[in-house]
Design a protein around this ligand. Structure first.
Ligand code: HEM
Length: 443
């Protein structure tokens, strides 16, 4: 089968833009014909090779009610997967969005029925962001109402809040673009990320929504506004370090699976400053494998805890319930929002966190599976007990624990609280360039 046509695919899916500013417009269609005209006028950023990096990139995603509001007919709407039809608020409880993360707490109209379009604007500077925002608004005003706008900015040193350097691990997609940092894991089949190609499961392909012009080369995105309690996180590191006689940085590394400077524990379990070249930051595994034949057998999690964030989210070749740990890959885009946390002014009352963009051919088998099965259950790998992802899990229960396996003794069991709260979410379809033209010319 021929590979994907890069100029038909939204750039957001296949490319890391590495731009410092992101604005997400949450829009509601008020006039279908005007909305279709706006779609037809959009200069969508595709995955075509760049000769020169552009000043900005615009991408667009549509919810199920959004497709209906633009005039897509019932027969076509019925061919989309159930989780997308139901939408993020209805699916919240199954992925741990309860209590303070429940949809009734969400902001920006994201818990309501009117969320139709997510417009993503990535820009190289503030000036460009402001200028292009104005152009986009001029294009959709009249036809669409702006429910909310969400801004994110890269932080110095490419860190996420909580202080970890981010942006190393991404799946390499068959027929896609080359990874920024070498990735020796098997290539993800095209159909794990784009509709219309063989998937990661044997003899299986995700069904392409009808008609072909609308569904082919599309994908799905889970958009998330994730608020991070940096003060609680830092206090936890200090307290936990004191309890077990370890440096808070060591605790931080065990929670994530990487030191805060990005060095993976699998390569450097005791020293954040061990000499590990950037090109090697993804060349590791938790057991010896083709990807990393020299990997130390860390089945017990003595180097990188089995329950750490990156080992739960991508167990690589570790043994996990239900088969291969390599079939639930996800593309991560997005940027932090809010100013850097200042320990000298810990209770500044400012919300900060991550505008998360999680992409895959199936929200259910990728994003939701990661959140529900690997993030919020301890059953996927032996030795976890009832524990959850220490960074993103729903650790609101008073007995929530994180286990750090220790050589020759019982694991250290640290009491956690919930550090990340969901403030909004949306499930949306990322149409191809062909699909955008199709939508813009609907009668
Ligand atoms: C505020 C919330 C979050 C923070 C602070 C966070 C932080 C991080 C950090 C620091 C890394 C390591 C950098 C890298 O490997 O590139 C990472 C990796 C990763 N995260 Fe998160 N993350 C968050 C939310 C999520 C969510 C919601 C998901 C799941 C849908 C997720 C899935 C992943 C995956 C798949 C990896 C790569 C693991 C690998 O391939 O080794 N993260 N995250």
């Amino acid at each position: 089968m021929p590979g994907p046509q890069l100029d038909d695919i939204q750039g957001l899916i296949l490319r890391t833009y590495a731009m410092p500013a992101l604005r997400v417009f949450v829009l509601s269609v008020r006039d279908a014909a005007g909305g279709r005209r706006f779609l037809g006028s959009l200069q969508l950023a595709t995955a075509t090779e760049w000769k020169v990096k552009p000043d900005y990139c615009v991408n667009l995603a549509l919810t199920h009610p959004g497709l209906a509001a633009l005039g897509v007919g019932e027969a076509s709407l019925a061919t989309f997967p159930d989780e997308f039809k139901e939408g993020a608020p209805a699916r919240a409880a199954r992925i741990g969005d309860t209590g303070t993360s429940a949809p009734d707490q969400w902001i920006g109209g994201l818990n309501g029925p009117d969320v139709h379009i997510l417009l993503f604007l990535f820009a190289q500077s503030e000036e460009i962001l402001t200028r292009v925002s104005g152009e986009l608004r001029a294009g959709y005003s009249g036809a669409m109402a702006e429910l909310s706008v969400h801004d994110a900015r890269g932080l110095p040193g490419n860190v996420a809040h909580f202080g970890y350097r981010d942006g190393f691990a991404q799946p390499t997609i068959d027929g896609g673009l080359s990874p920024l940092i070498p990735d020796p894991l098997p290539k993800a089949p095209t159909g794990e990320f784009l509709l219309g190609y063989p998937s990661q499961f044997n003899d299986f392909q995700y069904s392409v929504p009808a008609p072909e012009a609308l569904g082919h080369n599309g994908s799905f995105v889970a958009f998330r506004i994730l608020s991070q309690d940096c003060h609680a996180f830092e206090e936890f590191l200090k307290r936990a370090g004191g309890e077990i006689g370890k440096d808070p940085e060591w605790i931080a590394a065990k929670l994530c699976g990487r030191w805060r400077n990005g060095v993976p524990l699998a390569l450097a379990p005791e020293d954040a400053n061990a000499p590990v070249a950037l090109e090697m930051y993804n060349t590791f595994d938790y057991v010896p494998s083709d990807a990393a034949p020299d990997a130390v057998d860390d089945r017990k999690g003595l180097r990188c805890p089995i329950g750490s964030h990156i080992r739960r989210m991508n167990p690589r070749n570790s043994t996990v319930a239900g088969g291969s740990g390599l079939k639930r890959r996800i593309i991560r885009r997005g940027l932090p929002y809010g100013p850097p946390y200042d320990p000298a002014n810990p209770n500044d009352g400012v919300d900060r966190g991550l505008l998360g963009i999680f992409i895959g051919a199936s929200i259910k088998d990728q994003f939701e599976f990661l959140m529900a099965d690997w993030g919020n259950k301890g059953t996927f790998a032996p030795g976890l007990g009832i524990t959850r992802d220490p960074i993103i899990g729903d650790n609101s229960a008073p007995d929530a624990k994180f286990l750090i396996p220790m050589e020759g003794r019982k694991p250290a069991a640290l009491s956690l609280s919930r550090f990340v709260t969901t403030r909004g979410g949306a499930y949306a379809f990322l149409p191809s360039a062909t699909a955008l033209r199709y939508l813009s010319t609907l009668p």
